[in-house]
Write a protein that binds this ligand. Structure first.
Ligand code: PHE
Length: 444
C-alpha cells in the first residue's frame, strides 16, 4: 500500500483482510485476553466477551469501515467531510490521541515479547519480575520496538511485512494448535479448562461486563478510528460485511486458542490466574522448559508473537501519521518520526512502572500502577467511549441510511441484513455501550 501522494488501495479484498487481521491479532489476543479473563473469573467473562464481539463489536466494525470507505480519509478528516467544523471532529481527535496512548504501552509489552526470544535462547532463569524491573533492558527493548515499527512504516516495506505475515501467521496458528494439545495432556490441566470454559454466571458483575466490552474493542482494533483509516483503502467493489466478518472470526479464534493454552498450563503449574499483565510471560516459559527442545519452540513462539505485535504497532502508528499527513500536510517521513518520539515520551513512565522506578510502580487508583492504568483508561474506557460517540455519529448524524447505502456497495445479499444493521447501530450499540460504561462509577 502506498499513500504518499494519492491514496493507496489494498491490492485485493484479501489484502485488506490480512492487514486488518494483522492489526487486530496481536498482544491483545495472546497477552491481554488471558490476563483479563484470569482477573475477571474465567469462563463467565469469556461468555460475556463473545457476546460483546457479536452484538456490539461486529456491527460497530461495519460502521467504521463504511465511514472510512465513504469518506476516503483518516478519522478526523472523515468526520470533518460529513460535518465540517462541528464538535464531532473532536471525536476523531480523541481517536488519534487514544491511538498514541495505546501505542505507548503496547510497544513496552511488545519489547518484552521480543526480549523473551533471547531470554529463551540464553537459558536465562531471570524471573519475569526482575526482567521487567531492569531499567536498561526494558528501555532498550521499548526503543527497539518503536524503531522496528518506524522502519517498516517509513521504509514502505509494508509489502514485505504483508508477504511474511501471510506465511508466518499460519505458522503461529499451527504452533498454538500444537501447544493446546501439549498442555492439555499435562496433569492438573483439566481444572484450568473448567475455569476457562465452564461459566459460573453468578460471577458476571458490572466490572466484568465493562472489562469484556473494552477487551472486545481493544482486540478488534475498534473505537479509535483505525478501521475508518483501513476502510478508506478498501475498493468499492468489496463486500464489507464478509471482509469484516473474516477479521472478527480470525481475531476471536486466536484469542480463544491462547486461552486454551494458558489456563490449562497455569493450573497444571499451580499458578494464580489473576496474576495480571505478567501472566503469559510467567506461565509459558515454564511450559517451554518442560518440553523437549522447548527453548527453541519458546523462542519461535515469542518471535511469531513479536511479528503479530509488529503488525499491530504498524497500524497504531498509522492513525496519527495519516492524520498529520492528511490534515496538517506534514510530509509522511517527518510525521512518522514525530509520532515515534511522542510515543517514546508517553511510554517511558509505562516502561518504568513494572518495578524499575518505585513511585511509578505503586498502585495509583483502583489497584492499578501506571501501565495498567493507561491500559485501562485508553485500551478500555476511551475505546468504548469513542465507539459510543462514533456509533451515534454514524447512526444519527451521518445517518444509518447513508451508511447502509455504503455497506450495500459490493453486497449482494438480502436487504434485511442492512435493516438489522441500521437498527443495531442506531439503538442497540450506543445504548448497550452507554449502560456498560455507567459501571465506571463503581470502580473509581
Ligand atoms: N487489536 C490489537 C491487538 O489485539 C491492538 C490494537 C488496538 C491495535 C487498537 C490497533 C488499535 O493486539
Amino acid at each position: 500500500m502506498s499513500q504518499t501522494s494519492e491514496r493507496g488501495q489494498w491490492s485485493s479484498k484479501i489484502g485488506f483482510i490480512l492487514a486488518a487481521a494483522g492489526s487486530a491479532i496481536g498482544l491483545g489476543n495472546v497477552w491481554r485476553f488471558p490476563y483479563v479473563t484470569g482477573q475477571n473469573g474465567g469462563a463467565a467473562f469469556v461468555f460475556v466477551y463473545l457476546a460483546c464481539v457479536l452484538i456490539i463489536g461486529l456491527p460497530y466494525l461495519y460502521a467504521e469501515l463504511a465511514l472510512g470507505r465513504y469518506a476516503q480519509k483518516n478519522p478526523v478528516g472523515a468526520i470533518a467531510s460529513i460535518r465540517p467544523g462541528s464538535a464531532w471532529v473532536w471525536v476523531g481527535g480523541l481517536g488519534v490521541i487514544t491511538g498514541l496512548f495505546i501505542l505507548s504501552f503496547y510497544a513496552v509489552i511488545a519489547g518484552w515479547t521480543f526480549g523473551y526470544i533471547f531470554k529463551m535462547l540464553m537459558h536465562s532463569h531471570m524471573e519475569f519480575t526482575s526482567f521487567v524491573a531492569n531499567t536498561p533492558i526494558v528501555i532498550f527493548l521499548f526503543v527497539l520496538f518503536i524503531l522496528f515499527t518506524v522502519l517498516v512504516v517509513y521504509g514502505g516495506v509494508q509489502e514485505g511485512i504483508e508477504k511474511w505475515s501471510k506465511i508466518l501467521m499460519p505458522v503461529l496458528f499451527l504452533l498454538l494448535l500444537a501447544l493446546i494439545v501439549y498442555v492439555n495432556f499435562l496433569p492438573g490441566s483439566g481444572k484450568g479448562l473448567a475455569f476457562y470454559l465452564k461459566p459460573d454466571f453468578s460471577k458476571i458483575t458490572g466490572k466484568v461486563v465493562l472489562a469484556a466490552l473494552g477487551q472486545a474493542f481493544f482486540s478488534l482494533s475498534l473505537g479509535m478510528g483505525l478501521m475508518i483509516t483501513y476502510g478508506s483503502y478498501i475498493s468499492k467493489q468489496d463486500n464489507l460485511f464478509s471482509s469484516g466478518l473474516w477479521v472478527a472470526i480470525a481475531d476471536t479464534l486466536i484469542a480463544i486458542m491462547a486461552g486454551l493454552i494458558i489456563f490449562p498450563a497455569l493450573f497444571a503449574m499451580n499458578q494464580n490466574p489473576a496474576a495480571g499483565p505478567g501472566l503469559v510471560f510467567q506461565v509459558l516459559p515454564a511450559v517451554f522448559e518442560k518440553m523437549p527442545g522447548g527453548i527453541y519452540i519458546g523462542a519461535v513462539f515469542f518471535l511469531l508473537l513479536s511479528i503479530a505485535a509488529l503488525t499491530s504497532t504498524i497500524s497504531l502508528l498509522e492513525v496519527p501519521t495519516a492524520y498529520l499527513v492528511d490534515e496538517k500536510r506534514v510530509a509522511r517521513k517527518i510525521a512518522v518520526w514525530v509520532v515515534a518520539i511522542f510515543t517514546f515520551l508517553l511510554g517511558l513512565p509505562s516502561a518504568l512502572s513494572q518495578g524499575a522506578v518505585g513511585w511509578l510502580s505503586r498502585p495509583i487508583v483502583g489497584g492499578m500502577e501506571f501501565l495498567s492504568l493507561i491500559d485501562f483508561l485508553f485500551g478500555n474506557i476511551s475505546l468504548a467511549f469513542g465507539a459510543f460517540l462514533l456509533s451515534i455519529f454514524v447512526g444519527w448524524v451521518w445517518g444509518a441510511k447513508h451508511a447502509a447505502a455504503e455497506l450495500a456497495l459490493g453486497y449482494h445479499g438480502s436487504p434485511a441484513l442492512l435493516k438489522l444493521w441500521s437498527f443495531l447501530i442506531r439503538f442497540l450499540v450506543p445504548v448497550f455501550i452507554f449502560v456498560i460504561l455507567l459501571n465506571l462509577f463503581k470502580i473509581f
